[in-house]
Write a protein that binds this ligand. Structure first.
Ligand code: SF4
Ligand code: SF4
Length: 481
């Protein structure tokens, strides 16, 4: 470290050396009950994340976030671009569920379910340990060749991850075409796959835990989302301190031979909890933003406690209040407010969903003059309709004027076929005799129907020239006589 640089009094970031260089974290694997559970959850999630874009529900992928067409499909239900309110309510529910789960269980998402942790700790790191060994183990021979093989394996998995990731946004079959088709046929698609694969490689081979420590916004919100009663991974200071290696056994009394040794807490300062931490922190320093709640330090410390004959749980899932011996409050304002809001929003979501028909219709005036006079003398207005077909079948819609009599849709117009989940648009003229426009405009009722369950009347103002009854002068009247 350059002498001109001021040395920090304490570590600024667990992944940063004093001189500002990257501190590479290579965590030890600590077998234990939590690791076994997390491994089972991780394998299940890897299968789920990989299969979701391929599993069909109601003929659609289980999850498809089609940004291009602004259609979002979740488990067979598609939110169309016109479903802004529904989608907004859905997202509010997602956020409040996250708030509630975090208030109750802290960062359980980060340590157990987040794709970053799941793929990093249960796919990339095991591959790393397989090829170049883990910390505390003898370095294998042919380390150079092994590194090359490791990166080839990383690349294959990153390609698969890129395919999975993109499948959520453009559909699995499209990504397959991109990957297995010639890059010359679709160079842009090829570039998208290549860049996404490169980003996956960058993340899991290089950037790694930095995502949790410095990038992820969810980590930054922990201070606001959790409280002193949320479940977190904590170190029991009252039991562990003062820490130290040389100690008097807890059962030894003052008459014992090694009374010169101090009576210490249960922490023997073996640093196994630090060495196993995937974000490189020391949980004994208290709750920290970098802690993803993965419980690796719990497994590591429990193994040590078993070895030295002390009870497990020096590091454990608990709350700040519980570990300090304060009363733990299960029922707190946020635990009541979040579900109440969730319930309200869910009721609103169900209401909006149930009141939405199978179709949505919009009718408006085309640009240009408000009315034209046809060669026949009739008056016409040019209108446009946009119809969203929310059903699962192609649907033929008929437009007709039901009121007043004598006004009709122009010949050859009035029928529009719309594909399922799509929006169709058509220009159509409406025609009326000039005599009806005694006040320059009339109210008409346009009916749109799919011939089955959907039928909607829309009131529209048709414009025309103000009609005046021809007046007969006395001269004209006499000449007629
Ligand atoms: S693993 Fe347990 S005993 Fe070892 S340093 Fe950590 S807290 Fe102390
Ligand atoms: S402190 Fe423990 S729970 Fe937190 S990230 Fe490190 S190992 Fe995981």
């Amino acid at each position: 470290m350059s002498e001109s640089l001021l040395k920090p009094n304490e570590r600024v970031l667990s992944t940063l050396n004093d001189d500002g260089s990257r501190r590479w974290i290579r965590p030890r694997l600590s077998p234990g009950k939590f690791l076994n559970w997390r491994r089972a959850v991780a394998y299940f999630l890897i299968a789920t994340y990989s299969l979701l874009p391929f599993i069909p529900i109601n003929g659609k992928p289980a999850m498809l976030l089609d940004i291009r067409t602004r259609e979002f499909t979740f488990f067979g239900k598609t939110f169309l671009p016109t479903d802004t309110l529904l989608f907004g309510l859905f997202m509010i529910m997602v956020f409040f569920t996250i708030f509630l789960v975090t208030a109750l269980f802290g960062r359980v998402w980060c340590g157990w379910m987040c794709p970053q942790t799941v793929y990093m700790e249960f796919l990339y790191r095991p591959i790393e340990r397989l090829f170049i060994g883990g910390p505390g183990r003898k370095k294998p021979k042919n380390i150079g060749l092994r590194r090359v093989l490791m990166y080839i394996a990383y690349f294959a998995i990153s390609l698969h991850l890129a395919q999975t990731f993109l499948s959520y946004f453009v559909g699995a079959s499209t990504v397959n075409d991109w990957i297995f088709g010639s890059p010359f046929n679709h160079p842009v698609a090829f570039l998208i796959v290549a860049v996404t694969t490169g980003l996956m490689m960058f993340d899991f081979a290089f950037f790694r835990e930095q995502v949790c420590c410095v990038v992820c916004p969810y980590a930054r919100m922990q201070g606001a989302l959790t409280d002193q009663d949320s479940l977190i991974v904590t170190y029991d200071q009252s039991r562990g301190e003062p820490r130290g290696k040389k100690r008097r056994k807890p059962t030894q009394d003052a008459d014992s031979s090694d009374v010169s040794l101090p009576v210490l807490g249960d922490c023997i300062d073996c640093t196994m909890c630090v060495q196993t931490c995937p974000t490189g922190i020391d949980i004994r320093m208290g709750p920290q933003l970098e802690c993803i709640g993965c419980a690796q330090c719990i497994d590591a410390c429990n193994t040590i406690m078993d070895k030295i004959g002390r009870p497990r749980g020096l590091i454990r899932y608990s709350s700040e209040n519980a570990v300090r011996g304060n009363v733990r409050h299960l029922i707190r304002p946020r635990i009541l407010v979040y579900p109440a809001i969730l319930l309200l929003v869910f009721a609103g979501f169900l209401y909006v969903l149930s009141t939405k028909g199978t179709s949505e219709v919009w009718i408006g005036r085309e640009a240009g003059l408000p009315f034209y006079t046809l060669p026949s003398g009739e008056i016409t207005n040019q209108l446009r309709t946009r119809i969203t077909n929310r059903s699962e079948e192609p649907t033929e819609y008929t437009l007709s004027i039901t009121d007043p009599a004598g006004v009709h849709v122009g010949d050859g117009y009035g029928i529009l076929t719309v594909e399922p989940g799509k929006e169709g648009s058509q220009k159509f003229p409406i025609v009326a005799d000039p005599q009806v426009f005694t006040s320059g405009q009339i109210e008409i009722t346009i009916n749109i129907s799919d011939g089955q369950e959907f039928s909607k009347d829309m009131v529209f103002e048709m414009k025309g020239p103000k009609y005046r009854e021809p007046t007969i002068t006395p001269e004209e009247s006499n000449s007629d006589g």
